[in-house]
Ligand binder design. Structure first.
Ligand code: DGP
Ligand code: NA
Ligand code: NA
Length: 207
């Protein structure tokens, strides 16, 4: 039976992820496709509220390891939902996922593999769209600097950690430098269109 595809959108802060995610959802819904968006971190659950406090209140103290495990717990909270949707043939679109989890924590100096370990066993996306700037363009965008991680030097480190996933067969780099929302939308679409009618293979797991 055909299952839904698991699609992740990743990127640094202020690269336009959420905008592109919304456009993609709208387009697919207009075409009558079954699609569901899951945003990480979802700030509404109890763990999500703690994460929101951590991200927005720079005085809120939590060790790096502890914060990391909270983000991972957030993902594990949603595995059953993701698997059920895929089984029902629904395309699941993830706005951030394991890759952000590892990149943001490893950028603080935590061991890369240690960061990945709690996420082993989670469903692995069929395709990851990584929105990226060739330069540091995201740091010049409006709103940048409001949250804990929105610091130039830190974003550069996060970028390097994200790039360690480049080379995985599900990884697609989408450069957003100087492109309009419409141009990026078209690129996103060319990558996603192959997956929207589902897949016959089992979903892979992180290992
Ligand atoms: P967003 O709402 O997509 O801008 O994400 C909020 C912030 O949370 C952003 O700076 C990236 C960070 N973030 C998202 N997921 C994770 C994660 O799993 N671990 C860590 N450490 N940070 C994350
Ligand atoms: Na952000
Ligand atoms: Na966002």
């Amino acid at each position: 039976m055909t299952r839904g595809a698991l699609v992740a959108i990743e990127g640094l802060d202020r690269t336009g992820k959420s905008t592109q995610t919304e456009i993609l959802i709208k387009t697919l819904k207009q075409q009558g496709k079954a699609i569901e968006l899951i945003k990480f971190p979802d700030r509404t659950t109890q763990i999500g509220q703690l994460i929101n406090k951590y991200l927005t209140d720079k005085e809120f103290r939590l060790s790096d390891q502890s914060a990391h495990l909270l983000f991972s717990a957030k993902r594990w909270e949603l595995v059953e939902k993701i698997n059920n949707l895929l089984t029902q043939g629904v395309t699941v679109l993830l706005d951030r996922y394991v890759y952000s989890g590892v990149a943001y924590s490893a950028a603080k100096g935590l061991d890369f593999q240690w960061c990945l370990n709690p996420d082993l066993g989670l469903p692995k996306p069929d395709v990851v769209l990584f929105l990226k700037f060739k330069d540091d363009g995201n740091m010049k965008r409006g709103g940048f600097g409001e949250e804990r991680y929105e610091v130039d030097e830190f974003q550069k480190k996060v970028k390097v950690m994200f790039e360690r996933f480049d080379g995985d067969n599900n990884w697609r780099n989408l450069y957003v430098d100087g492109k309009s929302i419409e141009e990026v939308r078209e690129e996103v679409w060319t990558h996603v269109v192959k997956y929207i009618d589902g897949l016959d293979t089992n979903v892979q797991l992180f290992k």
